[in-house]
Design a protein around this ligand. Structure first.
Ligand SMILES: NC(=O)c1ccc[n+]([C@@H]2O[C@H](COP(=O)([O-])OP(=O)(O)OC[C@H]3O[C@@H](n4cnc5c(N)ncnc54)[C@H](OP(=O)(O)O)[C@@H]3O)[C@@H](O)[C@H]2O)c1
Length: 370
């Protein structure tokens, strides 16, 4: 039986020079991801530079329409506009696209996948599409969306890694209401914003005015509302993504969700305070037991030592850290729970999740066309 992807697929990374791109290369190397030819793609600004990968320098090429010839899987991390323009081109060239941008996440034809949470349902959807003959179309043919798989928003992935096992265990339909407050790192806004935060630290140490080229504001020793557009409701786009994508991943739009997303002067790894109300019941002890065996989750909850999830503990690791696990004392017993999570959004929130999806496709058998 064939597989959804070849055992050693030819790989393209769109946005290879960015914050997520750099992490993708690190993860492919760490996990010895099996692949054939590797194409590193970025803007014309980076064309001609080279990136170190598995001990060798690989040239970065400018992203153009013919970049996907012979490519089996293309991981996009270059912003929504690039994904909207080039993902269909990659699909038409026969590649499966795994997209880190928000361009296709709410498209009902595009699976939105976190392997630990909805991997199997996603595989079924992808398998049906791939067997329906999306691959091998003439370049320029309008491709049906199935050749694209979307990676959810980073804050959404990090929250759901911890909350989904509780949602599924609580009974009577799980979470009735979720209130999320985020503390999001600079790296979530890309490599340039990380550099600007570092530069502001140097400016401060040298007694110079702060460099404010990208954000137009002081970031060091400050925090501010997430910089995505604020809609008429007063919610910004990041907050809306967290709500909508959670409903889509759970396949259930009944849980009431609200969020406040804030950027904090941390270089890497997002934190989130999460308050849950259950329709059924889940005690603190039950929550601990469930989280202790949840895939991709690690409990850090040392009350005596006051050690809980922190960005520096979560940076560079695969697991989402969960702590401050406690019954919400404003709720009847078993009805409410408080959590604090920290997750490296460049890894599980983006690059790692994308690589896990690719691994899933390599190992999954290709279903026989109906
Ligand atoms: N950062 C995160 O934590 C995170 C998490 C989840 C999802 N994402 C999504 O991942 C994507 C990338 O984010 P990032 O943080 O890695 O951003 P970034 O550090 O700013 O990197 C952007 C990348 O896109 C490339 N690019 C920009 N314009 C291009 C063009 N016209 N043609 C080809 N390549 C172009 C850049 O290449 P040059 O170097 O040549 O400019 C660079 O490689 C975004 O869609 C973001 O929403 C990011």
């Amino acid at each position: 039986m064939g597989r959804m992807l070849p055992e050693r697929p030819n790989l393209a990374i769109v946005g290879a020079t960015g914050a997520v791109g750099a992490e993708l290369l690190r993860i492919l190397e760490e996990r010895s991801f099996p692949h054939g030819r590797l194409r590193l793609l970025a803007s014309a600004r980076s064309a001609g530079t080279a990136l170190l990968y598995r001990g060798e320098f690989v040239n970065v090429e400018e992203l153009k329409d013919d970049a996907f010839d012979g490519v089996d899987v293309a991981i996009f991390s270059a912003g929504g506009a690039i994904s909207r323009r080039y993902a269909p081109i990659a699909g038409a060239a026969g590649a499966v696209v795994i997209d880190n941008s928000s361009a296709f996440r709410m498209d009902p034809d595009v699976p939105l996948i976190v392997p630990e949470i909805n991997g199997e349902a996603g595989l079924t959807a992808i398998g049906c599409r791939l067997s329906a003959g999306d691959r091998g179309l003439e370049p320029g043919t309008e491709v049906r969306r199935p050749s694209i798989i979307a990676n959810p928003n980073c804050s959404t992935i990090i929250a759901l890694m911890a909350v989904t096992p509780l949602h599924r265990a609580a009974g009577s339909g799980g979470v009735e209401r979720m209130v999320v407050s985020t503390y999001q790192a600079a790296s979530g806004a890309g490599a340039g914003v990380m550099r600007e935060l570092e530069q502001q630290a140097r400016d401060f140490a040298a007694g110079r005015p702060f460099t404010m080229d990208l954000l137009g504001r002081q970031y060091l020793f400050n925090l501010f509302s997430h910089t995505s557009t604020v809609g008429e409701s007063g919610y910004n786009e990041e907050e809306m993504k967290l709500m909508r994508e959670t409903h889509r991943i759970w396949g259930d739009s009944s849980p009431r969700i609200t969020a406040t997303c804030v950027r904090v002067p941390v270089l890497r790894a997002h934190c989130e305070a999460i308050n849950l109300t259950f329709r059924g019941s889940l005690t603190e002890d039950e929550a601990r037991e469930i989280l202790a065996s949840a895939p991709g989750v690690k409990i850090v909850d040392d009350r005596a030592g006051n050690r809980f999830p922190e960005p520096i503990y979560a940076s560079g690791i695969d697991e989402v850290l969960v702590g401050r696990i406690r019954a919400d004392i404003s709720q009847p017993p078993g009805k409410g729970l408080e959590l604090f999570v920290a997750g490296d959004q460049l890894r599980k929130g983006a690059a790692l999740n994308a690589v896990q999806i690719a691994e899933m496709l390599i190992h999954a058998p290709q279903p026989t066309p109906a």
